[in-house]
Design a protein around this ligand. Structure first.
Ligand SMILES: Cc1cc2nc3c(=O)[nH]c(=O)nc-3n(C[C@H](O)[C@H](O)[C@H](O)COP(=O)(O)O)c2cc1C
Length: 446
């Protein structure tokens, strides 16, 4: 019997998800409704009906302003902007669901660890154990500026700092013994002081004497996701994450990434099976293959090249307007998400996609369409076949599915592809656990 797939919806609290221009699609209402809770609550109910593990919220802390050294393209095309705080939306989604988890991106570079632990552990209580954390080190210079920093910390130093950050977080999560809360009205003791331990952390980057301000939450700590793709990012992921979020354009590249990650995990003396691989994809479903292809063309044609390049310039902290749109893309030394940019250089050079070099125009279109998540297109059966094949080929465990239209394509996936996966025993028909960690650890249908 095969393991079940873990399914998350890969969203962002913004009028645009990961498909630039998709908010203009007739099936998308997110452009006008994203700032209110109603649409998100409907989406959460739909995903819970489809027995998804979680919503996975991306996040970022600035307007993309690298392209042409201005923010105009990002503003005009709503390139992940405006971007509202996902941690404030989550309790409103938790009240209309019972099992759906919520993985949220929080920057280890810009949130002090004490504040991150406070936010995440409070959410874990409020959701009864349904919280995950996508640990990022942040990517673009605009975020540094908005936080009052003149420069970004250099790429590898960000990861060295994040490593100490995680030590602080784990110390805070362990600063309470499980039975420290007494709450005994007779004795008048709320917390037993002998069971709470100040962490007195003093390191290279952080100083934090305190105890966690939040009593132990249902999961103890959030489920840890990570999506670093560079060498330093992969080492960090191998050490800290329970699930790696990988964006790679082909199954072969996914497998190479997973093999590399498993080797890194093993080198650390950790069981390679303890790290799950969740692949970013976009599913485009039609009643027939032709209809699905038509939908794909319609979605991709809406992607404005300059919107895609504004997004990629932001993610790479590199102004891509300086290159000729119709010349092939060369290797470029960048500061931001190295791994993502390499998708467009090394991967195409590998010949996997039948092409040697892409032009910058093509890169803008592809990146703007899905930030490099492959589009899985076809009838519900064909989409299920391809998802199954990807997991077979890569030894992966599930998918972060980014919608093409919002909320239309999510409802369509739940109504058409989920039943096919369930029929094949590849997706749960009922939740067996309460917490997000229990969902992630579930291997087979009950
Ligand atoms: C698929 C994927 C999704 C990411 N999502 C976010 C995000 O939502 N917010 C963010 O600030 N960084 C995000 N990142 C950035 C990273 O997690 C990481 O901090 C950054 O990529 C720098 O590390 P790298 O060079 O190892 O990739 C994402 C990266 C990848 C590959």
């Amino acid at each position: 019997m095969k393991n079940i797939m873990h399914l998350n919806a890969f969203l962002i609290h913004s009028p645009m998800n990961h498909t630039v221009g998709s908010w203009t699609h007739p099936d998308s209402t997110v452009g006008s409704s994203f700032a209110q809770p109603d649409m998100w609550q409907d989406v959460a109910r739909t995903l819970e009906r489809g027995k998804f593990d979680a919503i996975f919220f991306a996040d970022q802390l600035a307007t993309y302003g690298n392209y042409r050294a201005r923010t105009d393209e990002a503003l005009v095309h709503a390139v992940q902007f405006p971007v509202h705080d996902p941690t404030l939306l989550i309790p409103m989604l938790a009240t209309v669901t019972e099992r759906l988890g919520f993985a949220v991106t929080l920057s280890a570079t810009y949130y002090p660890p004490y504040m991150a632990v406070r936010k995440l552990s409070t959410l874990d209580h409020l959701t009864k154990g349904r919280i995950g954390w996508n640990i990022v080190t942040s990517v673009h210079i605009g975020e540094a500026h908005n936080m009052g920093w003149e420069n970004m910390i250099a790429h590898d130093a960000r990861y060295e700092r994040a490593d100490e950050y995680m030590q602080v977080c784990h110390k805070l999560w362990q600063s309470w013994e499980a039975d420290a809360v007494v709450a005994d009205k007779t004795s008048g003791v709320y917390v037993d002081p002998s069971k709470v331990h100040p962490i007195n952390h003093k390191g290279k980057w952080f100083s934090c004497p305190g105890i966690s301000p939040v009593s132990p939450s249902p999961q103890g700590y959030p489920v840890l996701f990570q999506a670093g793709a560079s060498g330093a990012g992969r080492d960090f992921c191998a050490k800290h994450a329970e699930a790696a979020f990988g964006v790679q354009l082909t199954p072969r590249a996914m497998k190479a990434y997973a093999d590399d990650m498993r080797a890194r995990v093993k080198n650390l003396g950790r069981d390679p099976a303890s790290l799950k691989f969740i692949w970013g994809i976009q599913a485009i479903v039609g009643g027939t293959e032709e209809e699905a292809r038509r939908k794909q063309r319609d979605i991709n044609e809406r992607v404005p090249v300059e919107g895609g390049l504004a997004l990629l310039s932001g993610h790479t902290s590199h102004d891509l307007s300086q290159y000729d749109l119709d010349q092939p893309v060369e290797d470029i030394e960048i500061e931001g998400i190295r791994g993502l940019f390499e998708i467009f250089t090394k991967m195409y050079q590998s010949g996997d996609l039948g092409r040697d070099r892409l032009t910058m125009r093509e890169v803008g279109k592809i990146y703007g369409a899905t930030i490099g998540c492959p589009q899985i297109v076809g009838t519900p059966e064909q989409v299920a076949d391809q998802m199954e094949a990807i997991l077979d080929e890569t030894g992966g465990h599930g998918f972060n599915i980014t919608p093409s239209t919002m909320p239309g394509s999510i409802t369509e996936f739940v109504d058409t592809v989920v039943p096919v996966l369930q029929k094949r025993g590849l997706h749960r028909t009922e939740y067996t656990g309460q917490t997000l960690r229990e969902h992630l650890r579930q291997e087979a249908c009950a």
